[in-house]
Write a protein that binds this ligand. Structure first.
Ligand SMILES: CC(C)(COP(=O)(O)OP(=O)(O)OC[C@H]1O[C@@H](n2cnc3c(N)ncnc32)[C@H](O)[C@@H]1OP(=O)(O)O)[C@@H](O)C(=O)NCCC(=O)NCCS
Length: 139
């Protein structure tokens, strides 16, 4: 089930479960710092097992991160979250959705291609020296 609000305890657990994502900044601080930042969460077995973070700025959506706990991968959870963000983009009359993904992240790239994201450019050295692929999906 996709939800857009979780409790403080669930936020803490989620941040502990994804230490590499939240090592610099937690969700609550991100929402304070960036009013355009949004999160959707996926709840399963009474547990938050995945999230998608995106920004909605006027007519553009950028996906910042999508993550599913290892034990819950390959169950179409990321697909569900992406579908929801695509719906939100359409409702808000956005022109497109963009994202950057590490060129080595074949799983994520396959996921995005499945959802009709096209490769637009390579961002040289975007991730600590590693290249990123800029992808875009028209809405
Ligand atoms: C990438 C990620 C979000 C996918 O989540 P998921 O819930 O397992 O994905 P889904 O079950 O919805 O899979 C949908 C599609 O993703 C692609 N995919 C997922 N796992 C894959 C794998 N092991 N190999 C190749 N493609 C894969 C496929 O296209 C798949 O569609 P298919 O099952 O019809 O072939 C998840 O692996 C993850 O959290 N990875 C770590 C974080 C990350 O890299 N995030 C992306 C940052 S940009």
């Amino acid at each position: 089930m996709i939800i857009d609000k979780i409790t403080d305890n669930e936020i803490t657990t989620l941040e502990e479960n994804f230490p590499e994502v939240f090592n610099h900044k937690g969700i609550k601080q991100d929402l304070v710092d960036n009013p355009f930042s949004k999160y959707l969460f996926f709840s399963l077995d009474s547990k938050i097992v995945a999230f998608i973070n995106y920004t909605l700025i006027y007519d553009r959506i950028e996906i910042i991160n999508i993550n599913v706990l290892d034990d819950y991968q390959n169950k179409k959870i990321a697909s569900n979250l992406l579908e929801e963000v695509i719906k939100i983009g359409k409702v808000n009359n956005c022109v497109n959705i963009t994202l950057e993904v590490n060129v080595d992240n074949f799983k994520a790239i396959a996921l995005y291609k499945k959802f009709m994201f096209n490769e637009v450019a390579i961002r040289k050295g975007y991730y600590d020296g590693k290249d990123a692929l800029l992808m875009e999906r028209s809405l």
